[in-house]
Design a protein around this ligand. Structure first.
Ligand code: SAH
Length: 219
């Protein structure tokens, strides 16, 4: 089902109003989310829930993030059109589309080959062409560094060193930090090669950012 419709557009407008009522006030972010047909990312069984503010399974034990979380992280990213952003955890590809709609140059890494492949196919079908990579987010993408922004969409137990070094001076990283059920949303600004300013934005719940010694062999 690759069709958008007036019904879906209407549901999206309601979702945008809900996000607004939950405190999202960046008009650019709200507009970007309003442009991406979220129902096209969900299994058929869940299509009718696509515009509720909930996370949903997307296979491989992973989820498409709750719209509020996508909106909140996109807003914290505070990116300007044309900037280069690295996303860790492509998942369904929904967040990548929102970043594209914000006018960013999007690079995104996913460690599940099946999710990487299905997101690529899905996004191409919708006319979105971010740079999608199958790989390990802990390594980042040295070849394409530095990045103006880095957005981590899985729970990170610590801030990966490679990602710190791939961030531009003055650049910002949005990262849900912590293991277990809850993570603290942090925004980290690189103020010098060795200094980072940390801002904290409350608790969220993400699937873990996995470390896998045998990466690439089994997935
Ligand atoms: N941004 C996604 C939501 C992602 S859920 C969306 O819009 O749908 C988190 C994703 O991070 C999962 O797909 C998971 O497989 C991926 N992930 C977990 N650990 C990772 C790692 N080390 N490197 C890259 N991706 C990882």
């Amino acid at each position: 089902m690759h069709l958008d419709s007036y019904k879906h557009k209407g549901l999206r407008i309601k979702l945008i109003e809900l996000l607004r009522s939950k405190g999202i006030d960046n008009e650019g972010v709200l507009k970007a989310i309003n442009k991406v047909p979220r129902h096209l990312f969900l299994d058929n069984a869940f299509v009718k829930f696509a515009y509720q503010d909930q996370a949903f399974p997307i296979g491989a034990n992973q989820t498409i993030s709750q719209p509020f979380t996508v909106a909140f992280q996109s807003q914290l990213l505070d990116a300007k059109r044309g900037q280069k952003v690295l996303e860790i955890g492509t998942g369904s590809g929904f967040q990548s589309c929102v970043l594209m709609e914000l006018g960013l140059k999007v690079f995104s890494i996913e460690r599940h080959r099946s999710l990487h492949q299905s997101a690529k196919k899905q996004l191409e079908g919708m006319g979105y062409f971010p740079r999608l990579f199958f790989g390990d987010g802990y390594q980042g993408l040295a070849t394409f560094a530095p990045f103006d922004r880095i957005l981590i969409t899985a729970a990170a137990p610590y801030i990966p060193e490679a990602l710190k070094s791939q961030l531009k001076l003055g650049g910002k990283m949005v990262i849900p930090l912590g293991e277990g059920d809850k993570q603290e949303m942090q925004r980290i600004t690189k103020v010098s090669e060795t200094e980072f300013n940390i801002e904290r934005f409350g608790d969220f719940s993400f699937v873990p950012m996995l470390q896998d010694k045998s990466f690439g062999k089994t997935q």
